[in-house]
Design a protein around this ligand. Structure first.
Ligand code: 5GP
Ligand code: ZN
Length: 111
């Protein structure tokens, strides 16, 4: 399958991981929208949040993001977790990913 995030997860595209284990990988977004902009992905291909069938995916993904945020000290000033899903949700890469954004005041509501 020609999936850019699978290639990152399996090492086909060399990447500096902020964190990884057998289930998840965390790396910097190529087009950062905040001083810290990380992507947290499951290593196994899942196209979007709408395709998650095993609810433990959520605890692994969100738990990892919260732990990375803690390790990087992001919780002091705060951060945002975002999962875009589908066309109107703004998803452009069809491999489930959680955005972890921090380091500036983030507007609300989103555009
Ligand atoms: P989405 O719009 O699907 O929620 O987010 C996809 C994100 O992946 C975007 O923020 C985009 O900048 C990022 N992205 C796309 N291709 C690559 C890539 O090859 N490497 C990295 N590190 N980020 C990517
Ligand atoms: Zn994939």
């Amino acid at each position: 399958m020609d999936c850019i995030f699978c290639k990152i997860a399996n090492g086909e595209i060399p990447t500096d991981f902020v964190y990884q284990d057998e289930d998840v990988a965390v790396f910097r977004d190529v087009d950062p929208q905040a001083p810290t902009h990380l992507l947290v992905i499951p290593k196994r291909h899942i196209a979007s949040s709408a395709d998650v069938t095993d609810p433990s995916v959520w605890s692994v993904l969100v738990g990892c993001a919260v732990e990375v945020a803690r390790k990087l000290g992001l919780e002091k000033d705060g951060y945002r977790m975002v999962i875009n899903t589908g066309t109107q949700g703004g998803q452009t890469v069809p491999h489930l990913h959680l955005h972890l954004l921090s380091g500036r005041n983030l507007g609300w509501p989103p555009g």
